[in-house]
Write a protein that binds this ligand. Structure first.
Ligand SMILES: Cc1cc2nc3c(=O)[nH]c(=O)nc-3n(C[C@H](O)[C@H](O)[C@H](O)COP(=O)(O)OP(=O)(O)OC[C@H]3O[C@@H](n4cnc5c(N)ncnc54)[C@H](O)[C@@H]3O)c2cc1C
Length: 385
């Protein structure tokens, strides 16, 4: 039996590392465990860059959360002395009735965010390398940009350690039981290295959360997604030239990408992918996977000749409605589940950490996480893809 702690955080990807940082800074004794050594390439928080944007296409409800997240990233930059967030701007293009452009418009209108709407002539002048179909629209989210993914995770982990957290790699959560009653009540958290008496537990194990949570109502489908890097042989696409971009070229079919911040222009599809066992999702990209993204990139950025540099698989953890799960565990108020980020959770990490900490403290969070309830899917809800 190990010494008792306030909270065990299981999983130290971007979400768990942010939670460990937040809880430690609130003065709690925190132990973080992860069987791997983050930041690593086997989960969901790797691949050089992650997008952040304000006019949130998925749902206006994310706007207050992302505004809080911007503050949290700037705060982490101040504390760590590292630059993490680059507001390179964001091009949001596609069919006018598609989820991207319409969704960005709705969020911007709802929250009074600035959204630029260049006409085709102005767009051609500002972004001469971009080609959209005749029926496609472009809006520009000027506050969008990218985060340096691995640096963000390292910064959270370093800050958590500096605030007193004990971060233990090579140690996996195995399970937990409630023990005691009244003032002495708590958890016995079992890991691969022993048992921690703890006041609370956070399940932030990404694509592995479904395995450790033991909650049938939790509907999570890990999906293998591949990110690809390309070099433009005859053009530079650094962040001064190329904003981040999202293009819905057919209903529900989204190509997105990032400027070259070192390894080339990164591009990927936000759709497709195949259900995967998170322990076996490392299969290298197939020639067809690379060719499909290269073709879409060439279609929308036709002035460059795109040479593939490398590809890397990664994991989305999908919920049936693609919204997050941020809730107490059905079997214990002392256990908080933070998972199911459905391919868009990275940008929110600092804001999510505040909500998790409030739930553990039985305080009402400033952002109401009701839309992210674990039990919102009635039995029989189709999940996955
Ligand atoms: C290709 C790709 C592109 C994306 N693009 C964006 C984007 O542009 N913007 C954005 O906001 N989001 C994006 N996302 C989504 C975002 O990256 C994820 O939502 C986020 O990284 C999830 O972080 P996490 O901490 O939940 O998971 P992870 O980073 O996977 O961390 C989970 C951790 O839990 C550990 N673990 C596993 N089992 C156990 C156990 N038993 N005990 C303890 N620990 C365990 C794992 O080793 C891992 O370190 C993208 C995701 C992918 C895959």
């Amino acid at each position: 039996m190990k010494r008792s702690v306030d909270v065990v955080v299981a999983g130290l990807g971007v979400v768990g590392s942010a939670v460990a940082d937040e809880l430690s800074r609130r003065g709690l004794r925190v132990v973080g465990v992860d069987p791997r050594v983050p930041p690593h390439r086997l989960g969901s928080s790797h691949g050089e860059t992650r997008m952040i944007r304000q006019a949130y296409s998925e749902e206006p409800l994310y706007v207050p959360l992302v505004l809080r997240a911007y503050q949290a990233w700037r705060d982490l930059e101040r504390r760590s002395g590292r630059r993490l967030l680059f507001e390179a701007g964001g091009l949001v293009g596609g069919i006018p009735d598609g989820e991207l452009v319409r969704g960005a418009e709705v969020s911007a209108r709802t929250y009074g965010l600035r959204l630029e709407r260049p006409d085709p002539e102005e767009a051609a002048e500002r972004y001469p390398f971009l080609r959209l179909g005749a029926d496609q629209h472009l809006v520009v989210d000027p506050r969008a940009g990218y985060l340096l993914a691995e640096t963000c995770v390292s910064a959270f982990l370093d800050q958590a350690r500096a605030a007193g957290a004990e971060l233990r790699t090579g140690e996996a959560l195995v399970g937990w039981t409630e023990q005691g009653s009244g003032d002495g009540a708590g958890l016995l958290v079992r890991t691969s290295a022993g048992t921690w008496p703890a006041g609370g537990l956070v399940l932030a194990a990404g694509a592995w959360t479904g395995r450790v949570a033991a909650a049938p109502a939790l509907r999570l489908q890990p999906v293998r997604m591949v990110q690809h890097w390309f070099r433009a042989e005859d053009a530079g696409f650094d962040p001064r030239t190329l904003p981040v971009f999202l293009i819905e070229y057919r209903a529900g079919k989204i190509l997105y990408g990032f400027p070259d911040v070192g390894s080339g222009v990164k591009a990927a599809f936000h759709h497709g992918g195949r259900p995967a066992d998170p322990d076996r999702a490392r299969a290298p990209a197939s020639r067809e996977e690379v060719a499909a993204v290269r073709e879409a990139l060439g279609r929308h950025f036709p002035s460059a000749r795109w040479r593939p540099v490398r590809s890397e698989p990664c994991l989305y953890t999908l919920t049936p409605d693609r919204h997050f799960v941020l809730d107490r565990h059905p079997a214990s108020r002392r256990v908080v589940v933070a998972a199911g980020f459905s391919g868009h959770g990275f940008k929110f990490a600092g804001a999510l950490a505040g909500i998790v900490a409030d739930l553990l403290a039985e305080r009402r969070p400033a952002f109401d996480p009701a839309p992210f309830r674990l039990r919102r899917f009635p039995p029989g809800t189709p999940g996955g893809r």
